[in-house]
Design a protein around this ligand. Structure first.
Ligand code: BGC
Length: 715
């Protein structure tokens, strides 16, 4: 079963499957995914009936900001269904969608991903998908031609209803509107249970935040995010929109017949049904909330396609956002199936000259040029999945795409080995003007070339893993030349970056762009100085944020990394937490301390990119990381620092559960480690110069030697 559009299928009057918004969103022109369902138990002797509800979804609805575009993939909706009945004697009967089917307009009178859904229950036709229904008044269908070689099976989990959230409060806004608060910024839609006279229309509007007690819809830009349900009357009715989703914590409900109570409405959280694989907790409640916010930001933005945000007129597969967040994502959830599909779309849409689209699936064929980090998703994302899953096949499948991408900056860089193209750079560096988030403190080409060097190193490593020896050598050589060019262009002989920013210094340290020695030490010292000068407030955007804490640790300034993490004043990771955030914000100061909005056009309250710090929480604060792809060998290297007295991370590796926990108890530092079967771990007990290598099992390490030093750092 699949559709041009989004569908829900019924057999003999009952919905088949629990998929939401099937067949999801892919680069439909190249890859249209189908679902298979076992419906044996639903079939009955004699007549059976198949019925499909169909809506525009991503296929024909409006997509993109600035007005966006409709009919991106086509102007006709369609259904492709095939029911195969295997009789006891083995004979197969196939019933397939064809020109004999009939169609009519249904009770859903309006439906859009951004704008929401209208449903008039008075237009429901009882028994419409059951045998015996009289469809003579319905229209004939047209048969649409479609290249069937584009049909593919899905590799990842479908979108499902994952959780139901009850209101925490229902109240009146200053202007007298009814506002329901779910206590959590989430993605999905409302489910209603309502009773009232026929023809009553209940209107549901959604938003992530309130301003002056009223629903704040301006940050949704041109997304209406409004659902309307018109009652059929005559008893209790339940309804949930089928073909839309919203990003919201608050809903404004108008037109409710009678008194609205908490039992009448629920939020239904929808996202790709990935298995949860990673957990983190520590002694600091603010950091725990930050981590929960990262998890919720991921849940909100993994609705079939990894998106930038789930609420405004965007919700697009921005490649750069995922390039920086992929390591975190791959720790928290099993992303392998979902990202395999997304990467297949990326490869299908990639272009020799323009590179990787800025968004996949590509909704902006007119705005498209090669760009670091964003285009680098072609390499960074399969690499992150491989690091956590150990799956070499994904790398093999993506290898042509990875090569095609890197060859483009290589060509652009030419004999100088410097890529001087346009960049989005350290996107959303808080110093950038609101209307130009790419114009931060760090030279955009510096950011681009740092990533270029890093990606060349990854390419050389991947080529080695795949046995592509010529390529391994090629990328290693070009990598060396690119690093030399980077040093020449951006690092002073004594050891400063030409952009005197934390991002520039952190990238140079973290990506190994300055060789060991006095020059490197000065770069490290400069980073520490910049971080202290900024009073341990954040100065980084998309490029600097994933590396800043690691770079500080590499520089031996673990305490400064902790000071940055635990900062609560704006701008910081914990500032949104102090403002009641329940997801990661797009901007460090999306809401100002006085509760007013940041003035910029882009102000999402559910954006995972800046949550990439969670990767460091897992690897370095708790101390659990893969030493080899797939965690066949694990590195346990916690870096305790001031402000935390314990931390713990768990990850379901392909071999089983791995766990690391440490605590400072009076004068003891205690570390416990669970190593899964058939793996081993190098355990670096803080303070010791050498790791201990241990096999599978549970172990506890206590250090006495290090106690004073560690205890001294705790609050
Ligand atoms: C998106 C970002 C994205 C950026 C790049 C924004 O509108 O929300 O997350 O990466 O554009 O231009």
């Amino acid at each position: 079963m699949t559709a041009l559009g989004v569908y829900e299928v019924e057999l003999n009057g009952q919905v088949v499957g629990d998929q939401v918004l099937a067949p999801g969103w892919s680069s439909y022109e190249h890859r249209l995914r189908y679902e298979t369902f076992d419906v044996s138990a639903r079939l009955r002797p004699g007549a059976n009936a198949l019925g499909v509800r169909l809506a525009e979804g991503w296929y024909r609805g409006r997509l993109g900001f600035g007005g966006g575009r409709r009919e991106l993939y086509g102007d006709r909706l369609g259904v492709l269904a095939q029911l195969e009945v295997v009789a006891a004697d083995g004979t197969v009967t196939t019933v397939a969608s064809d020109g004999s089917w009939r169609a009519t307009a249904g009770p859903t009178t309006r439906s859009g991903i951004y704008d929401g859904e209208d449903h008039d229950a008075r237009l429901e036709r009882a028994g419409w998908s059951s045998p015996g229904f009289d469809d003579r008044g319905w229209d004939p269908v047209a048969v649409v031609e479609r290249d069937r070689s584009t049909l593919v099976a899905r590799t990842g989990p479908p979108v499902r209803r994952i959780e139901r959230v009850a209101p925490v409060s229902i109240g009146a806004s200053p202007s007298g509107r009814t506002i329901v608060d779910f206590g959590q910024n989430l993605v999905g839609r409302l489910s209603l249970s309502v009773e009232g006279p026929a023809g009553t229309t209940v209107t549901l509007r959604h938003a992530e935040i309130l301003q002056d007690g009223e629903l704040c819809t301006e940050i949704l830009r041109a997304a209406e995010a409004t659902d309307r349900y018109t009652l059929a009357g005559g008893g209790r009715e339940t309804w949930e929109p089928r073909f839309t989703f919203h990003g919201f914590r608050y809903a404004e409900i108008d037109g409710w017949p009678g008194e609205l109570t908490a039992a009448d409405v629920e939020a239904v959280v929808c996202h790709s049904d990935m298995a949860r694989t990673g957990w983190f907790e520590c002694s600091h409640e603010g950091v725990n909330q930050l981590h929960r916010n990262v998890v919720w930001a991921m849940r909100g933005n993994f609705l079939d396609v990894p998106t930038d945000c789930p609420q405004r007129d965007e919700r697009l597969g921005w490649t750069g956002d995922l390039a920086v967040f992929a390591p975190t994502a791959a720790f928290l959830y099993d992303t392998a199936g979902l990202l395999r599909s997304w990467l297949a779309d990326l490869a299908a849409e990639q272009d020799e000259e323009q590179g990787v689209p800025l968004v996949v699936p590509n909704t902006m064929p007119d705005v498209w040029f090669p760009i670091a980090i964003w285009g680098d998703a072609a390499i960074a994302v399969p690499w992150a999945v491989h690091r956590s899953s150990g799956d070499l096949d994904l790398l093999r499948t993506q290898w042509p795409s990875m090569r095609r991408w890197i060859e483009l900056p290589i060509r652009w860089a030419g004999a100088d080995h410097l890529w001087m193209g346009r960049q989005l750079a350290d996107w959303l560096d808080p110093a950038a003007p609101p209307e130009n988030p790419a114009a931060g403190r760090t030279d955009p080409t510096l950011v681009g070339n740092a990533w270029f060097c890093r990606m060349l190193a990854v390419m050389a490593e991947v080529a080695g893993l795949l046995g592509e020896t010529a390529d391994a050598e090629r990328y290693a050589t070009i990598g060396q030349e690119a690093r030399a060019a980077f040093l020449d262009e951006y690092v002073t002989p004594r050891g400063r970056l030409v952009s005197d920013s934390e991002t520039a210094h952190a990238l140079a340290i973290r990506f190994g762009l300055v060789p060991e020695g006095a020059r490197r030490v000065r770069v490290e010292q400069r980073l520490v100085r910049l971080v202290r000068k900024a009073g341990h407030h954040i100065t980084t955007g998309f490029a600097g944020t994933p590396v800043i804490t690691d770079a500080l640790c590499d520089a031996g300034a673990v305490d400064d990394a902790y000071a940055l993490l635990l900062q609560e004043e704006p701008l910081s990771w914990l500032y949104p937490v102090t403002m009641g955030a329940t997801t990661v914000w797009e901007r460090w100061d999306g809401l100002r301390p006085d509760g007013t909005l940041h003035g910029g056009e882009m102000n999402s309250f559910n954006h995972y990119a800046l949550g990439s710090v969670a990767d460091w929480l897992h690897r370095s604060v708790a101390g659990l990381a893969p030493a080899e792809p797939g965690y066949r060998r694990i590195v346990v290297r916690p870096l305790p620092g001031p402000g935390l007295t314990s931390a713990r991370a768990r990850h379901d590796t392909p071999y089983g559960r791995a766990e690391v926990g440490w605590r400072i108890d009076a004068d003891r530092f205690e570390l416990d480690v669970v190593v899964p079967p058939n793996t081993e771990a190098e355990v670096w007990v803080p303070g010791s110069a050498e790791p201990v290598v241990v096999g599978s099992g549970t172990r506890t390490f206590t250090t006495a030697a290090n106690v004073d030093q560690v205890a001294e750092r705790s609050p």
